[in-house]
Write a protein that binds this ligand. Structure first.
Ligand SMILES: C[S@@+](CC[C@H](N)C(=O)[O-])C[C@H]1O[C@@H](n2cnc3c(N)ncnc32)[C@H](O)[C@@H]1O
Length: 358
């Protein structure tokens, strides 16, 4: 059964199935609308124009159709690929149905190839979107090789059970790192993913710096900016290491704060029903120069304290001269430059003040 589905300004046809699964030949996943929204916001937020884009594993084609309908002067050409024949047929049909709304200046190529073969046979792309069901591992080598010198690589991983430590051996096999099952599991997982992608690109003297990263429900997503050269790669490798006995992982910034601010502003201006709260939390935490965060509930439990409200804790952290923000990785987390010892002192002080008779 095919149904008409409208997402943002475009309407496509897609098979309807109750349960999304990698076993379905082609499917539309409404849970990934945010993933597509953020890709568009990021492409709008950067200055790059006339890009050669590759939607490596396009499914119904909804991502590319939205790129072509919503991005102005950004696309010189777009390659929309899927190795599934039914998918490419559907992509053709969906492109045709939306033709009048798509950027007329953009060259559109629909291809039906294995992702790595397509990349290796190409001359390269300025933006490569790797959006698989599961791990991005099989596609990283070819994507790193064919990413242009200053290109953008977007990577989705849905195998969060490995990255966030449910299956630590799988994480070691697939990502060459030890995960963590504690409160920081998602941030540590995304940092492990980032390091793996960076190592693959490092072989080709390509330094990949994350410019926007987030973790949401069943997936993690990272956008990297490439810089070609041995010395940028050496700098990247120096910023990898251990945290909380997990890793090795990327310990540098997860976001470019300027791009993150623009993404938030654009989302508000465009009136996307994108999760604005998520984007504003990420915008705030992108300004804090700290890897990892403090889980207030976990710290309170370990020090046998009653967990305080966030507002007074954050106020007191700022009064002590540290920057602070909430984190999108956890409802109990605070990202700050403050040390755990200082934070515990603050929590104790708040408790004492609560119990001091006035
Ligand atoms: C998660 S879906 C993509 C969803 C799509 N990007 C979107 O935003 O709706 C993954 C797609 O990858 C395709 N795929 C899986 N392995 C592939 C490969 N080796 N080469 C090309 N396409 C592949 C599948 O056929 C499937 O359509």
């Amino acid at each position: 059964m095919f149904t008409k589905i409208t997402e943002a300004t475009v309407t496509i046809e897609a098979p309807t199935e109750e349960k999304i699964s990698s076993k379905l030949p082609v499917f539309y996943n409404p849970a990934m609308k945010l993933n597509r929204d953020i890709s568009i916001l990021l492409l709008k937020a950067i200055d790059d124009q006339d890009m050669q884009i590759c939607d490596l594993m396009a499914g119904t084609g909804i991502r590319s159709i939205r790129f072509l309908a919503e991005l102005e002067k950004k696309i010189k050409s777009i390659t929309i690929n899927d190795y599934d024949e039914q998918a490419t047929e559907l992509i053709r049909k969906n492109i045709k149905a939306n033709k009048s709304a798509l950027d007329p200046a953009a060259e559109i190529n629909i291809t039906n190839k294995d992702a790595s073969t397509l990349l290796l046979e190409s001359t390269g792309f300025d933006y490569i979107d790797v959006d698989p069901f599961g791990t991005p591992n099989p596609f990283l080598d070819a994507a790193a090789r064919r990413l242009s010198r200053e290109g953008i690589l977007a990577v989705t991983a849905t195998d969060t059970s490995a990255l966030a430590g449910t299956f630590p051996k799988a994480c070691q096999r697939k990502y060459w790192a030890v995960p963590n099952r504690g409160p920081l599991k998602h941030e540590i997982g995304i940092r492990i993913l980032i390091r793996k992608v960076q190592l693959i690109a490092a072989q080709y003297s390509k330094a990949l710096t994350p410019i926007f990263s987030y973790s949401k429900e069943h997936y993690m997503r990272v956008f990297f900016r490439c810089k070609k050269g041995k010395s940028p790669v050496d700098k990247i490798l120096k910023k990898q290491g251990m945290m909380h006995s997990a890793g090795p992982m990327w310990l540098g910034a997860l976001w470019d704060p300027n791009i993150t601010e623009k993404i938030f502003q654009l989302s508000a201006d465009l009136n996307y029903d994108t999760n604005l709260r998520l984007l504003s939390t990420i915008r705030d935490e992108s300004k804090i120069a700290a890897a990892g965060f403090h889980d207030i509930h976990n710290i309170s439990k370990r020090y046998k304290l009653i967990a305080p409200a966030f507002t007074p804790v954050m106020q007191k952290i700022e009064e002590a001269g540290h920057s602070v923000a909430r984190t999108h990785f956890s409802d109990h987390g605070i990202r700050s430059t403050i040390s755990e010892e200082e934070l515990v002192d603050i929590i104790m002080k708040i408790r004492r003040e609560c119990h001091t008779p006035t």
